[in-house]
Ligand binder design. Structure first.
Ligand code: BMA
Length: 372
């Protein structure tokens, strides 16, 4: 054997060792996302927007368009998508966005390096009709906001009158999530945020609509079902609503458990005065920061905003200073729907204020700041 052959054999042996080392199973996608979010936090927090690529103020369904992009020249780092209606097998969600479009835009955002989060406002399984909303139902009858009956959660649990129907609903959620595959036919990481605002009583899974045990059983039913289907790409997020007075005891009453949640946060809108909002947000984020730290959880402002932004300095004066104080991973402004908008409106004073507050800030990340 000459020297060259020995070198060749040695190289092949070394290479096969290295490839064996590399053959270790990949970490679950949700864990990879968790680690990415943790590492991004060293630079600050991400800007997010619900339904960002679908429509904005004065436009709808124009490829590549986004009110955040029109305002600051870049997409938000985080985009939120909504599944309400998928449970019925509807072609469009409750906000009239075609599911095919949700599918494509969610994947497009992941492909460009963005982070995605998914919420679900399912109809009321006790009162909804086959074509929910279209058979003469009066809003909110039959919707997620139909709180006319406080036995809904109990009835979707095993043994309940709607248990079987509910199984078909969560199966459709599973099917849609399963369809979210990249061009290599691989699943993509998703922050999944079901049963939100559960400390309020405006959804059928809310505080006064079910017991703590029923709520937890509802959470577990959906989570266990999706886990059994093998999803390892869902990073589970628990987000009640702005409260203003969390105590550990009360927060734990409906908290699904450390083994079931990776990210905690809350939905915080300024519906009343600025002073009340600022006080409640600070009280809650102080509590949530400590809880997240003690329990090894990520923290985010999972929804927020001031409806129609009547104060054009709100982003810089009210929102940004509060977000700066806490170790949040992101904040997600709700959708820019013609009749009700929460994100920046391009070419207006609130848009300029948003750009000045967030785009020019060192500690706030948009897509290009996080894309690999
Ligand atoms: C709410 C509003 C509704 C919408 C729902 C789900 O807060 O924006 O108009 O249907 O979220 O996206």
């Amino acid at each position: 054997m000459n020297k060259l052959m020995i070198i060749c054999i040695a190289t092949v042996v070394m290479m096969s060792c290295t490839s064996q080392q590399k053959a270790e199973p990949e970490k679950p996608l949700a864990q990879q996302l968790e680690e990415r979010l943790l590492s991004l936090q060293s630079k600050g927090y991400m800007a997010g927007h619900q339904d960002d690529p679908f429509y904005g103020i004065g436009w709808a369904y124009e490829d590549g368009k986004s009110d955040v992009k029109l305002t600051v020249g870049d997409y938000p780092a985080v985009m939120g998508f909504e599944l309400g209606g998928i449970e019925m097998g509807d072609a469009k969600n409750l906000d009239s966005v075609p599911f095919t479009r949700i599918h494509d835009e969610l994947l497009a955002h992941v492909k460009r390096g963005g982070v995605v989060t998914v919420s679900w406002h399912p109809r009321n399984p006790m009162t909804t009709m086959p074509h929910g909303g279209l058979d003469g139902q009066q809003w909110p009858e039959g919707s997620a906001w139909d709180v006319s009956d406080s036995t809904v959660v109990k009835n979707v649990l095993p043994g309940g009158r709607k248990a079987e129907l509910f199984q078909t609903w969560i199966a459709r959620v599973g099917d849609f999530l399963e369809s979210l595959k990249d061009e290599n036919d691989q699943p993509v990481p998703i922050i999944f945020r079901p049963w939100h605002e559960n400390n309020g009583s405006w959804f059928w899974w809310g505080q006064k609509l079910c017991t703590d045990e029923e709520f937890k059983a509802l959470w577990n039913l959906l989570q266990d079902y999706l886990n059994e289907r093998g999803f390892d790409n869902l990073l589970w997020s628990y987000s009640p609503n702005l409260d203003g007075g969390w105590t550990t005891e009360r927060f734990l009453q409906r908290y699904p458990g450390n083994d079931r949640v990776t990210l905690i946060g809350e939905d915080a809108y300024q519906w009343g005065t600025e002073e009340e909002f600022v006080e409640a947000v600070n009280s809650d984020l102080t509590f949530l920061t400590q809880f997240a730290k003690d329990n090894g959880k990520l923290l985010a402002m999972t929804e927020c905003g001031l409806k129609n932004i009547p104060d054009s300095t709100w982003f810089s004066r009210v929102l940004k200073p509060q977000m700066d104080k806490y170790p949040i991973s992101y904040f997600l402004l709700w959708r820019n729907y013609e009749k009700e908008w929460f994100g920046p409106v391009p070419g207006t004073p609130c848009g300029d204020d948003y750009a000045k507050a967030f785009k020019e800030a060192e500690n706030v990340m948009f897509l290009n700041d996080i894309a690999k």
